[in-house]
Design a protein around this ligand. Structure first.
Ligand SMILES: Cc1cc2nc3c(=O)[nH]c(=O)nc-3n(C[C@H](O)[C@H](O)[C@H](O)COP(=O)(O)OP(=O)(O)OC[C@H]3O[C@@H](n4cnc5c(N)ncnc54)[C@H](O)[C@@H]3O)c2cc1C
Length: 416
């Protein structure tokens, strides 16, 4: 229990728990009214908002690293997220640190001859998106957070107590600090402490897969192409990073197989990877350290309660096969910032259920659609029943030949 009589609370308009990619993007969006867009998506004039924010993060973010090293974790960033970064004033910093445009995508099925090839030139776009290391996205956003004087950062700090029943959100931190605000946002990832404290249930789609990630040097250039082969146990993706011969892999497979792959000696791992990838980029010359992440689909039954909202992985996690997870999180952050800034401008209570429901209505349906599509995709490609296998190969080839279907998929990849 928080004894408010003993500790003087620090007052904020909004507390954000979790300063990862999505939480720090929200902090920037709430601090700069240029993030406020009208229904058609065009932006208002830049200016600082008058909201007072607290950002709570449990781990100190990485501030520097050797220039020739690559983060094990990368994200495929859609055009819509890139536009959001531009609005927040972080895109140039990210691009300068390192961001790789990919212009083509090639997807094929290990269980047949079906394949599909996307080329941004076909829809008159410069690229299909960018591959960016997570630590770069994080650093650019956190650096930007530090430029706003309306954000107090509590880091490294963890919350230990949350109360939502007094017309405000009251949060106690592990060092005894007491904070209160009209709105508390949980951006604290898939295991969200905030979601658990608020007693919000989740539906789970256990893909029963674990993703093995590593940076790989190949004989041939990746040609700025994102490659994905559907194997019976799960997809294997090669994502291009800045150096022509380096790709970041995400190899989704069973938990046991992922453990085995991580423990293989380098020579055997290179051989197995080359076979699994049909040596599309020639020999695997070098592999960096490997790590594995269990993956499951998870969706919060509610995104909001009075004085509380969930965004990013705290609200939903999704299979990485289409590279959508954090892009959905950025869309949540942009949408919530829009609604809250608008309400604040009109002097409405930003923590009221009525206001927050607008956010839930705007985002939950879209996210659910994407989650269900990924679940169905995963089912379709990991099912080796002969009839189904042939059907999906025909489907891939058909989609490859029918221009409107291909264009539809490409615009979805752009996040439009
Ligand atoms: C292998 C793999 C590949 C992926 N590839 C892509 C991709 O290509 N494109 C894409 O869009 N998405 C991808 N994703 C998904 C993406 O990584 C996530 O959607 C994204 O990291 C979610 O960001 P977040 O800020 O919501 O949560 P997180 O990244 O989990 O950040 C949460 C933050 O909150 C902090 N935190 C947690 N608990 C507390 C607490 N109690 N107190 C204080 N702080 C706390 C954490 O330290 C962290 O900084 C991939 C995921 C995986 C596993």
């Amino acid at each position: 229990m928080i004894d408010a009589a003993q500790i003087q609370p620090k007052k904020y308009d909004i507390i954000i728990v979790g300063g990862g990619m999505v939480g720090s993007a929200l902090a920037c969006a709430l601090s700069n009214t240029c993030a406020l867009s009208d229904n058609r998506g065009s932006n208002n004039k830049e200016g600082n908002s008058t909201l007072k924010l607290a950002l709570i993060e449990g781990c100190k973010p990485l501030a520097q690293w050797p220039e020739d090293s690559f983060d094990l974790r990368v994200s495929a960033i859609s055009r819509v997220s890139k536009n959001f970064f531009e609005t927040l004033g972080v895109w140039d910093a990210m691009y300068e640190m390192r961001a790789t445009a990919y212009t083509e995508m090639y997807v094929w099925d290990a269980g047949g001859n079906g394949s599909i090839h996307f080329d941004s030139a076909e829809i008159g776009e410069a690229s299909l998106g960018h591959i960016i290391e997570n630590r770069i996205i994080n650093k650019a956003l956190i650096d930007r957070v530090h430029t706003f004087n309306n954000i107090d950062i509590y880091c490294p700090n963890n919350p230990i107590n949350l109360q939502l029943d007094s017309g405000l959100a009251k949060l106690q931190l592990d060092d005894g600090t007491l904070l209160e605000a009209e709105l508390l946002v949980g951006a604290d990832g898939g295991q969200s402490w905030v979601r658990q404290q608020a007693d919000i249930a989740v539906t789970i789609n256990d893909y029963q897969q674990t993703a093995v990630v590593a940076n790989i040097t190949t004989e041939h250039s990746h040609r700025h192409t994102a490659w994905q082969r559907f194997l019976p146990d799960g997809p294997l993706a090669f994502l291009p990073v800045n150096e022509d011969n380096i790709s970041s892999i995400v190899w989704s497979t069973s938990a046991e197989e992922a453990e085995r792959l991580c423990e293989l000696d380098e020579t055997t791992f290179k051989q197995e990877l080359e076979i699994a990838f049909e040596a599309k980029l020639g020999k695997i010359l070098h592999t960096g350290p490997r790590a594995r992440f269990p993956i499951k689909g998870q969706h919060a039954k509610n995104y909001v309660k009075p004085h509380l909202a969930l965004i990013g992985d705290a609200a939903h996690t999704i299979h990485p096969l289409a590279g959508q997870g954090v892009n959905l999180g950025f869309a949540d952050a942009q949408c919530l910032a829009n609604i809250v800034l608008m309400a604040h401008t009109r002097q409405k209570n930003i923590g009221s259920f009525k206001i927050l429901r607008r956010f839930e209505r705007a985002r939950r349906g879209d996210n659910l659609l994407m989650l269900e599509a990924m679940g169905a995709f995963k089912q379709l490609f990991s099912n080796n029943t002969p009839g189904l296998r042939e059907l999906r190969n025909i489907g891939l080839d058909f989609s490859d030949r029918v221009t409107p279907i291909k264009h539809f998929f490409m615009t979805k990849a752009l996040g439009q």
